[in-house]
Ligand binder design. Sequence first.
Ligand code: SF4
Ligand code: SF4
Ligand code: SF4
Length: 351
Amino acid sequence: MAKPTMTLNGKLVEFDPGQTILEVATQNGVEIPTLCWLKDATPTGACRICLVEVKGARTLVASCAMPAGPGMEVSTDTPQVHTSRRLNIELLLASGNHNCLVCEKNGTCKLQALAYQYGISDIRFKGQTQQYATEDSNPLIVRDFSRCILCGRCVQACNEIQVNRAIGYGYRGAASKIVTSGDQPYHLSDCVFCGQCVEACPVGALTEKKAVGQGRSYELKQVRTTCPYCGVGCQMLLHVKAGKIVKVTAAQGPSNKGRLCVKGRFGYDFVHSPERLTTPLIKENGQFREASWEEALGLVAKKFKEVKKEHGPGAIAGLSSARTTNEENYLFQKLFRVGLGTNNVDHCARL
Ligand code: SF4
Ligand code: SF4
Ligand code: SF4
């Protein structure tokens, strides 16, 4: 059956029923700017940046939330659309304290990028909203409400992407704020510190605390890797400066689809810990001394043989690690079952 069609900037295009105007535009190479739209979450139409003209409609419509319809005539790049987007960007900038010089998001902020794209240098409106104090009382996430544009992406990320349901909209009008239950600080709320809200925030309202002051985005090298914590295999990006991890963000992977948990996102301190074991240690007379891998493994093999000879293979047990790969765990149980002759093998499936 033939697909329905609509007109996009004067060109006839096909679409699948259920697609939004934004999706149809994107698949046809037409860029419509967005702030609140979040992949894999229900569109909210909150920021009004993606407004487009639809012939016959009374007002401009939010393309992220409006389904495409057969015969629709959509224009994404008219003077009215531009004027409206500029006004909305200006209002968002006026709604808080947007001093980009000291903002962690400088260089990757979507609001800053839009202000640049639309040539906005002067803000005609001042002091539109109530200011809340920055929340800095937990070790992982800083919430700067003066930079929040109430786009709601953090709420979508928490409630729909991670399904933690820890935050929502609170209060009304100029006092509106993203709140936890009872408007408690994150560390006293249902928040599990997965950090998905930080990842979703398009501006500098939510920041990884350990990354503050550690480097601008253009100074950081991104290294894609697999989370070392458990067997799910989440894909992540290490943001590295001078050989040191500054922060971790999620990458799209088949098992995590852009998500991370608190361990993967924030638990990287061990990498640079001075207490980290980097060589095997052998205990002699109550004291540890450094040893080569050859010496240490030779000693373990010798002890296994002695225990097996004296007490039988049932006296030996092995506990493997969730941090190793499936293949390594397979080899581990093979070693114990076939090599040492015992079925006493287990695995710390949780960390
Ligand atoms: S949130 Fe964006 S626009 Fe606001 S100060 Fe930070 S970089 Fe600038
Ligand atoms: S850190 Fe995770 S649980 Fe906490 S508010 Fe953000 S998305 Fe929700
Ligand atoms: S904290 Fe960030 S993501 Fe959440 S509403 Fe404010 S600007 Fe949007």
